[in-house]
Every structure is written in structure tokens, then in C-alpha cells.
Design a protein around this ligand. Structure first.
Ligand SMILES: Cc1ncc(COP(=O)(O)O)c(C=O)c1O
Length: 337
């Protein structure tokens, strides 16, 4: 098990944090710890979309989201001396559960900093996988300083949810799998938040076939990536407002260059479209998705996409259904609206 180096550059020095080699390495490293998730398709959804859609169902992944890919790649890349002191993260959502599970599989402690207002189901997920919950105040400063304190006291290594080459490489394995399962795919739609998932997907897809289009799906109430692409620099919003609780982070300095150069476009959808797509996933695909996981379908069905040149040029579209961890009360309330 080789140790991590943290220079943030790839071997060829292209300036991107990861590349096809680090993604292939990740695939070999994490194979024992993750599921190869199935692809679903539906003739009735294809009829509505006017295209063939292939749903890569990471909602069936261990811990219910793609996040175990990046977390297990990061954690199993540590050497034994680094790993012995454990790992820490200050992200409370799917990444937290994934870090707790990957650390459990490695047999090391996981310290998960959670803000005191976090929903009970998120805390339960961390507890379920044996993570040690450390409470912080709700502000990002408090979360970061609490995680730093844990690092200083324990020597634990910080596992970043997206701005890290091992995380990005791990997330990219979902694209390797998708293209092994459906090699004819010409367009991939990926939910975007901090950009770890789409960076891994874009780096893998473009290395395998540069003509594959990679599109981001982003909620209107947290459309910092669309704004960043338009402005040519990272834009951080003063506040976010969306039902897609996994999509409220902003791009980092390692994910931004990939999003800037390799993501062909960002499709922005509102929360109503996300809820409609969720309903379609439950009723037609029969899969339990969370709002952040349904946004790719919402984007595929949006007028913005259907009016774009990419829609006309696409025929087989991969959609990353990124997660299925939904608070049942939130689900019930949104589906009943
Ligand atoms: C279900 C789900 N989908 C997509 C994302 C976005 O991933 P990234 O931050 O790597 O862009 C997240 C992030 O938490 C998520 O939980």
C-alpha cells in the first residue's frame, strides 16, 4: 500500500489534480470495498426525454452514494503509519458516512465533525458505521477549526470531500465503470457541488474519448458553478437555497481548473424540476434517490438542455444518479406537494 503524496499535481504536471492513470489506480485500489453499480434504463423515460438515457445507479452504492469511491481511495492510499492515527472530516453529508465506513473497513478511527444543527439521519449514518461524532457550531469556521483541533490532538489525516486528488480519482472510477458497461455513451450528465465527482468523471471520460460531452447539473439556488464558468473564476455565493442538500458547496482550487476546461456546460434546474425528477425515479425507475441524485434526470428533461446544440448531437446519455440518502420526512413532504 503506497503512501499518499499531497502535492496536488498529477504525474505529467498538466496542472490537473488527477488523470486517467490515477483513476485507474483508484479503481484497482477500491475494488474490494465498493459495489459495481448497475445501469438502469426505461423506455417510457426515454420517450419523454427523446433520447436513450442510461442511469448509473450510485444510490445502490455502499453507504448509499458514490462518495465511498473517493473516501476509500483516500483512506486505502494512506500508509500504515499515516493510517494508524485515523482520519477526520468536517463534511456532514454522504461524505461523512463514506469516510466512517471506509475507515471502519481499514480498521482505523474516523473523527467526523458535525454541526450541531445537522439532521438526525445524518448523525445516525455516521454512528452506524462507527464514526466518532465531534460536535461543532454551525459556521464553516467552527467546523474547520474543530477539525483542525482534532488533527492536532490525534494526528488524524483530513479527508477532503472534493478538493483532493485521491478523492477526485476515486470519484472518477464511476465513469470508468459506466463506459465499460455502456461504451457507446456520448454524453454524461453529472450533479455538481464542490466538483470532485464531475472532475473525476470529466478527466476519465475525456482521456478515454475526447468527444464525450460532460455536462454538469446544478440547482438554481446554488448555481455557483454556472456563474463561475460564465465569469472565468471561482464564484462563491453568500447563501444557497435548494432542496438538493448535497449540492450546496462551492468549487475548490483543484476542481475549478477541470470544471473550467473539461466540463462542456452547466445545466441549471429549479427545485420543482428536481422534485418532478425524483418522483419519476420512484414511480418509473423504482429507485430510491435523494434530490441531489435526481438532478441529472431533471437536467436531461429540461428545456434548457433540449434547446441546446448538445441535445441535438447526443444520442446515448449517461446520467449519474449519485445518491439515495434521503430524510424520509423531507421526501414525504416534497412528494406530497
Ligand atoms: C448525492 C450527491 N450527489 C452529488 C454530490 C456532488 O459531489 P461533488 O461535491 O463532488 O461535486 C454530492 C456531494 O455531497 C452528493 O452527496
Amino acid at each position: 500500500m503506497g503512501s499518499r503524496d499531497d502535492d496536488g499535481q498529477n504525474a505529467e504536471g498538466q496542472g490537473y489534480a488527477a488523470d486517467i492513470n490515477s483513476i485507474r489506480e483508484a479503481q484497482a485500489r477500491i475494488a474490494p470495498y465498493v459495489h459495481k453499480t448497475p445501469i438502469l434504463s426505461s423506455t417510457s423515460i426515454n420517450a419523454i426525454a427523446g433520447k436513450q438515457l442510461f442511469f448509473k445507479c450510485e444510490c445502490f452504492q455502499k453507504a448509499g452514494a458514490f462518495k465511498i469511491r473517493g473516501a476509500s481511495n483516500s483512506i486505502f492510499a494512506l500508509d500504515d503509519i499515516q493510517a494508524a492515527k485515523g482520519v477526520v472530516t468536517h463534511s456532514s453529508g454522504n461524505h461523512a458516512a463514506a469516510v466512517a465506513l471506509a475507515a471502519k473497513l481499514r480498521g482505523i478511527p474516523a473523527y467526523i465533525v458535525i454541526p450541531e444543527n445537522a439532521p438526525a439521519c445524518k448523525v445516525e449514518n455516521v454512528n452506524r458505521y462507527g464514526g466518532q461524532v465531534i460536535w461543532s457550531d454551525v459556521t464553516m469556521e467552527s467546523r474547520e477549526s474543530t477539525a483542525k483541533k482534532v488533527q492536532e490532538e490525534t494526528g488524524a489525516i483530513l479527508i477532503h470531500p472534493f478538493n483532493d486528488k485521491y478523492t477526485i480519482s476515486g470519484q472518477g472510477t464511476v465513469c470508468l465503470e459506466l463506459l465499460e458497461q455502456v461504451p457507446e455513451i456520448d454524453t454524461i450528465i453529472v450533479p455538481i457541488s464542490g466538483g470532485g465527482l464531475i472532475s473525476g468523471v470529466a478527466l476519465a471520460a475525456k482521456a478515454i474519448n475526447p468527444s464525450i460531452r460532460v455536462l454538469a447539473a446544478e440547482p438554481k439556488g446554488a448555481d455557483d458553478s454556472a456563474q463561475s464558468k460564465a465569469a472565468g473564476r471561482i464564484i462563491k455565493l453568500p447563501a444557497t437555497n435548494t432542496i438538493a442538500d448535497g449540492l450546496r458547496a462551492f468549487l475548490g482550487d483543484l476542481t475549478w481548473p477541470v470544471v473550467r476546461d473539461l466540463v462542456d456546460d452547466v445545466i441549471v434546474v429549479d427545485d420543482n424540476a428536481i422534485v418532478d425528477a425524483m418522483k419519476m425515479c420512484y414511480e418509473t425507475l423504482k429507485v430510491a434517490v435523494e434530490p441531489s441524485g435526481a438532478i441529472g434526470l431533471a437536467a436531461a428533461l429540461s428545456d434548457e438542455f433540449k434547446e441546446s446544440s448538445v441535445w441535438h448531437e447526443s444520442s446515448k446519455i449517461g446520467i449519474i444518479v449519485s445518491g439515495g440518502n434521503v430524510d424520509l420526512r423531507v421526501l414525504w413532504e416534497s412528494l406530497c406537494k
